[in-house]
Design a protein around this ligand. Structure first.
Ligand SMILES: Cc1ncc(COP(=O)(O)O)c(C=O)c1O
Length: 377
């Protein structure tokens, strides 16, 4: 009886909290990574085992430079997307003002605040940011940077239109504000369409990217493309923070890209995640119509606002969902400080992830959230 109960509860549970890649994708990577690491350590030997390459493994920087059509000197490769974003925030004068989206990648926001930066959130629309608000904030403040996630935005799932993205770049440029685009979900589109590529010129925009979701979180590698004049300053910050990054990983990734294995792997991921995304969209549309801004077309996340769950019911909702086997949490850290209070009034805001789960489990999890929300309403 006991073991039966255990199996039942193990079967019927889902943890919507952590945006991790699917286990089957990581298993598929095992032979590719094992062979790849062995190959490059034999090929590059002590060059990847010794100190050096502060701004990243040179062959990988050259490859990324070619992919984005920029001088490889402008490419900084580090230990993950968050690391390069953090190094950039660290490189700004303390207590700078940074414009962000009203809701954004929570860890990037928390990291920026660790350096004393003051964040101003600009409203998101279904196709990007509210341009009038952006213009206003840019005009009225001395702003050190804009940080945005234009493809399959975390946490809202929004994709910027090309016009909106370009207009953001134009406004930033007009006001002398470095525009930073975090493009870590650009390649992860599952609806059969492709995202635009962002043209980088001498002034910018600055790009940050990550291989966490397209290869693996364990291999942890990301990069940033900055204007030439900024490389020296940023390199100084890097050298004083962590000396060199993980070089065997960067050599493996360079080889993985060069051999065509990376592109094949990303194609495989798109196919793997498509039915999961479709199950998520179907369930959200049927159980929570109007409670999320857009149909999800890629990335790792979807947001949900439960308008019946006010602040006083938040804890009991999360506890009841957990009891029913569904892990969720309030995602208030995803909001810029100037939006938190207003968003709290609209009901509980949660973020759901889907790539690691089977479609039927996703559908079941969302139906349980609906049931729990109705019970507490
Ligand atoms: C928008 C965004 N940027 C960066 C990262 C972090 O990338 P990394 O794991 O390479 O540090 C994430 C991870 O979820 C993310 O959602």
């Amino acid at each position: 009886m006991e073991s039966n109960k255990g199996t039942m509860s193990e079967k019927q549970s889902i943890n919507f909290l952590r945006g991790v890649p699917a286990e089957e994708a990581l298993s598929r990577l095992i032979p590719l990574a094992s062979e790849g690491y062995e190959k490059v350590i034999r090929r590059y030997g002590t060059d990847v085992l010794q100190y050096g390459h502060f701004t990243g493994f040179k062959p990988l920087r050259e490859l990324i430079g070619r992919l984005h059509r920029v001088d490889p000197e402008r490419v900084i490769v580090g230990n993950g997307g968050l690391e390069v974003i953090s190094l950039f925030f660290k490189s700004l004068p303390r207590n700078s003002t940074i414009i962000v989206e009203e809701a954004s990648y929570d860890r990037a926001l928390l990291d920026a605040m660790c350096y004393g930066h003051h964040l101003i959130g600009v409203q998101l629309t279904r196709g990007g940011v509210d341009l009038n608000q952006l213009k206003n904030v840019a005009k009225k403040n001395a702003v050190a940077a804009f940080y945005g996630i234009p493809f399959h935005q975390n946490p809202t799932g929004i994709n910027y239109t090309e016009e909106n993205r370009k207009e953001v770049e134009r406004i930033c440029r007009e006001h002398g504000i470095p525009c930073v685009w975090d493009i870590c979900y650009q390649a992860l589109r599952y609806d059969g369409k492709a995202n635009d590529s962002i043209e980088v010129s001498e002034w910018g925009p600055i790009l940050t990217n990550s291989f966490t979701k397209t290869i693996s979180p364990g291999t942890k590698c990301g990069y940033m493309i900055v204007p030439t004049h900024y490389v020296g300053h940023l390199s100084g910050i890097i050298a004083n923070t962590r000396i060199n990054p993980n070089l065997p990983t960067q050599a493996f990734i360079a080889d993985f890209i060069e051999s065509g294995g990376y592109d094949d792997f990303v194609k495989y991921l798109r196919n793997l995640y498509k039915p999961k995304m479709e199950a998520l969209n179907t369930a959200l549309h049927s159980f929570f119509p109007g409670a999320f801004p857009v149909t999800i077309s890629g990335g790792f996340f979807a947001p949900l606002t439960l308008e019946n769950i006010s602040g006083d019911k938040e804890v009991s909702f999360i506890e009841s969902a957990k009891h029913a086997g569904v892990g969720v949490a309030a995602a208030w850290n995803a909001f810029a400080p100037n939006w938190k209070e207003e968003k709290h009034k609209k009901g509980l805001f949660i973020r759901l992830t889907f790539p690691a789960f089977q479609p039927d489990r996703i559908a079941w999890g969302i139906s349980m959230l609906k049931e729990t929300a109705e019970r507490l309403a």
